[in-house]
Design a protein around this ligand. Structure first.
Ligand code: SUD
Ligand code: ADP
Length: 278
């Protein structure tokens, strides 16, 4: 089997600037990948079957993003091949780190190569959007300022940073946060992406629904500018160096889970060409 990385993402900030007629929210956010994530092992199959060798607890096959990504690509291209997929899961589910979306993007890029489809990056991004609003950025492959629901992407260059990421013991359902009546949906649109500062409009709602996230934020906030990523539950703070981040992480109270990771500028499968992972 071939091993393909599926990195986590952080939303360095996330502003909700409006709402589409279909109810989806218009965002402005900066995505950054981390050198920490899942690994997807994939081998092509000649018989056309798509088999998940490691089903996730509580996720039926038809809802699994790896399965859905492979099936969508097969259907879209008419490819007759299949795949065995083994997911090595490290990222917490419902953590705001984009784990499921990243797995899906990695399956799209890996099968594009293994099935010799050669679809251009833009086409894979559009396919990815059908699986979730977070999937396109992983196919895009670079740190990005995102608008729309996350499909309008502009590459940005970010300063090197190490992050402490804490994982509160709750799984947040993204739809619950977005549908909350208390959500601020009218943050003024920015013309130029700020590379620092900003805030996360989803954070106050998540804190009301899951107070434990606030406890984690307050603890990390003693050491840096702590913020929630995506719809939560994970919180993070940036530090200039790895040693500083490790030192803060080392002081966490017993039982507080998380990890330290460096920010990446490009996705580990990014090859710079028009065709991803070609
Ligand atoms: C909030 C963000 C920020 O990066 O990340 P996560 O916290 O999920 O990692 C994303 O916008 C999440 O993207 P993703 O997790 O792919 O969400 P989707 O499956 O497309 O949507 C889940 C549900 O959330 C709501 N939703 C999602 C995105 C959006 N821009 N507006 C919405 O209102 C919709 O109700 C949708 O049915
Ligand atoms: N391969 C997958 N990895 C993680 N979650 C998945 C996967 N496939 C489907 N899901 C579903 O998607 C939900 C959101 O997962 P995830 O992407 O990890 O969180 P988030 O969107 O908060 O970053 C999970 O709770 C799970 O039900």
């Amino acid at each position: 089997m071939n091993a393909f990385p599926a990195p986590a993402k952080l939303n360095l900030f996330l502003h909700v600037v409006g709402r589409r007629p279909d109810g989806y929210h218009l965002l402005q956010t900066v995505f950054r990948f981390l050198d920490y994530g899942d690994t997807v092992h994939i081998a092509p199959r000649a018989d056309g079957d798509i088999r998940l060798l490691t089903p996730l607890p509580g996720v039926p096959e038809h809802a699994d993003l790896c399965f859905r990504a492979a099936s969508l690509l097969r259907e879209h291209t008419g490819c007759r091949l299949g795949a065995d997929i083994r997911l090595e899961k490290h990222l917490p589910m419902g953590g705001g780190l984009g784990g499921g979306s990243s797995d899906a993007a990695t399956v799209l890029m890996a099968l594009n190569r293994l099935w010799r489809l050669d679809l251009p990056r833009a086409e894979l991004q559009a396919l990815g959007l059908r699986l979730g609003a977070d999937v396109p950025v992983f196919v895009f492959g670079r740190s990005a300022f995102a608008e729309g629901v996350g499909e309008r992407l502009r590459a940005v260059s970010l300063a090197p940073a190490s992050y402490v990421v804490l994982v509160p013991p709750v799984q947040v359902a993204t739809a619950t946060i977005f549908s909350h009546p208390g959500l601020t949906r009218d943050t003024p649109e920015l013309k130029i992406p700020p590379l620092s500062g900003g805030h996360n409009d989803l954070e106050p709602v998540a804190l009301v629904l899951y107070p434990v996230i606030g406890e984690y934020l307050r603890w990390l906030g003693r050491y840096g500018d702590a913020r929630m990523t995506g719809s939560g539950a994970c919180v993070f703070a940036a530090f200039a160096g790895r040693a500083e981040a490790e030192a803060v992480f080392g002081q966490r109270p017993e039982g507080m889970k998380g990890f330290v990771a460096d920010g990446l500028d490009v996705h580990p499968m990014y090859d710079g060409a028009g065709s991803p992972a070609g």
